[in-house]
Design a protein around this ligand. Structure first.
Ligand code: F6R
Length: 359
């Protein structure tokens, strides 16, 4: 039930700090050691490449997974949209392992790839919120998200839970492979910092409602931009906004602006920019100047290390690949209030079903 909440989506957004703490408790020992079944680690350790396959928001969480696994395990990873991958299989590496992300565990597009992977006798892991779902039953291994039931059509807590569980698995595998970056990574501390950072964000509801009204109030179009990990989250934030508010929204790589999208930037168009990567911050600042010069209304969401005086939102610093735990929540809150202010049904947007069981 929604309890005292007006919508499931707001309840599920609010639950995220608790979900981070639960994942930490379920998957890490009190001293912070990841607890993953040894057989799964042995299987993953033999992989020469990981193939992440998922749809929608789970695909966006997989993009973050690729970064986490490549950094902490040094195993190359590819990410595929299930409905594309299933019909256009790439040439696989010698020892692939497949990782499916699915909140519901019922997505037909992902299941189709799983069935073919099994037919080829390739090892499969499913990361899902539903322990007894079809994908969990049909894969070799499964890990649960511990996010609790997600009812609103727009996925929120499952996205951040997927990233947290990917982080646990990347750390476990990296330690198993004796990768120094994994051994040195205090993930328990990071999940705790993420939970606290999320709590600060969700506590400022009026602030988010005001930002949504000021930046997205009258718009029919909006843009999210960022580089690297901030690009991954731009795609997710754009999906969140478009699917519930029906504002036409694009998320794109900031550097791609000048290759076409900048033609769409005109007076008063909202451009929401994530700047949390120190290595690319100055380049993205340059893109902000370009859209400001064309009259865009720019909302900057930056991390402490990248912040400038005019930024509207400043987030505490996490491991760079975990910043979507906070930037993702910002995207959720903006989408939520932009939709509420339009008088639309937040939990049940038109044309969409919670689990998509047809290809
Ligand atoms: C977006 C959303 C969808 C799902 C997608 C995959 O908010 O909810 O894009 O993420 O349909 O669903 P699962 O994760 O259940 O496989």
């Amino acid at each position: 039930s929604k309890g005292a909440y007006p919508t499931f989506m707001l309840k599920e957004i609010d639950e995220q700090p608790a979900v981070m703490r639960r994942i930490s408790q379920e998957y890490l020992t009190t001293s912070g050691q990841p607890q993953i079944e040894p057989k799964l680690l042995q299987t993953l350790a033999q992989a020469d490449r990981l193939y992440f396959v998922a749809a929608g928001t789970s695909y966006h969480a997989s993009l973050v997974g690729k970064r986490l696994f490549e950094k902490y395990t040094q195993i190359p990873a590819e990410v595929g949209v299930a409905s594309e991958f299933g019909y256009h299989w790439p040439i696989l590496s010698q020892q692939p392992v497949f990782i499916f992300l699915s909140q519901s565990g019922e997505t037909a597009d992902s299941r189709q790839v799983l069935i073919e992977a099994k037919r080829r006798h390739l090892p499969t892991l499913v990361i899902t919120n539903v322990a007894n779902s079809t994908l969990a039953r049909e894969s070799d291994y499964s890990l649960v998200l511990h996010a609790g039931p997600e009812i609103a059509v727009a996925s929120t807590k499952a996205y951040t839970a997927q990233i947290a569980v990917e982080a646990v698995l990347a750390k476990a595998l990296g330690e198993y492979l004796a990768i120094p970056a994994a051994l040195a990574w205090d993930l328990q501390m990071q999940l705790s910092l993420a939970a606290n950072g999320m709590a600060t964000l969700v506590d400022d509801k009026q602030g988010w409602a005001d930002l949504a009204a000021n930046f997205l109030g009258a718009s029919q179009d909006a843009f999210y931009l960022g580089r690297g990990i901030d690009y991954d989250v731009s795609l997710e934030a754009a999906l969140k906004l478009k699917e519930i508010s029906y504002v036409h929204t694009e998320g794109f790589a900031a550097g791609e602006l000048k290759h076409g999208t900048i033609a769409l930037i005109e007076q008063d168009v909202p451009v929401i920019t994530f700047i949390t990567e120190r290595t690319t911050a100055s380049h993205t600042r340059g893109n902000v100047q370009e859209v400001l010069a064309r009259g865009a209304q720019v909302l900057v969401i930056a991390s402490e290390a990248c912040q400038q005086a005019t930024d509207q939102i400043v987030l505490p610093e996490l491991t760079p690949e975990l910043m979507p735990l906070l930037t993702g929540v910002c995207g959720q809150l903006l989408a939520y209030y932009a939709t509420l202010q339009r008088g639309l049904n937040v939990d049940q947007p038109r044309n969409l079903a919670k689990s998509v069981t047809v290809e």
